[in-house]
Design a protein around this ligand. Structure first.
Ligand code: RB5
Length: 139
């Protein structure tokens, strides 16, 4: 699992990392490593490249709103990053869109909801079928 955040997402990234490590996920932390101001495009791209290259199975990117990070991650070919502020969207992003990267807005959702969104994202399989055809059309 690759994680990345800017300063707006740093604290939540640390919570996400704790959550994942406690559940024995292998975590690659692509930064940031402090709450000092940082530009999100580099971190979104780095996480997305980790996933696109197969170095990580899934990614989580976090900034203030999640918007900048999701845009950055989606610019990496083959990546489907889903910005989710609720658990239903997270489940559907996996089941229907086969999203590999979850984007979270740390100034939008609290830690409890963010971790519930993450759990929904990680525990839902892609349904395939008609959704597979649609996902392939994206590329
Ligand atoms: C940083 O202030 C903020 O703009 C950033 O975290 C993110 O929300 C951008 O989309």
């Amino acid at each position: 699992m690759a994680l990345g955040a800017d300063h707006g997402g740093y604290a939540l990234k640390e919570e996400v990392k704790r959550y994942l490590l406690a559940r024995s996920y292998q975590v690659t932390d692509c930064g940031v490593h402090s709450a000092e101001p940082a530009d999100y495009p580099y971190y979104g791209k780095t996480v997305a490249e980790c996933v696109a290259s197969g170095r990580a199975h899934r990614g989580v990117v976090i900034c203030g709103t999640g918007v900048g990070m999701s845009v950055a991650a989606n610019r990496v070919p083959g990546i489907r990053a889903a910005l989710c502020a609720d658990s239903f969207t997270a489940r559907m992003a996996r089941a229907h869109n086969d999203a590999q990267v979850l984007a979270l807005g740390a100034r939008v959702v609290g830690t409890g909801l963010a971790l519930d969104i993450l759990a929904a994202f990680l525990s839902t399989d892609f349904e395939g079928g008609r959704h597979d055809r649609r996902v392939r059309q994206l590329d």
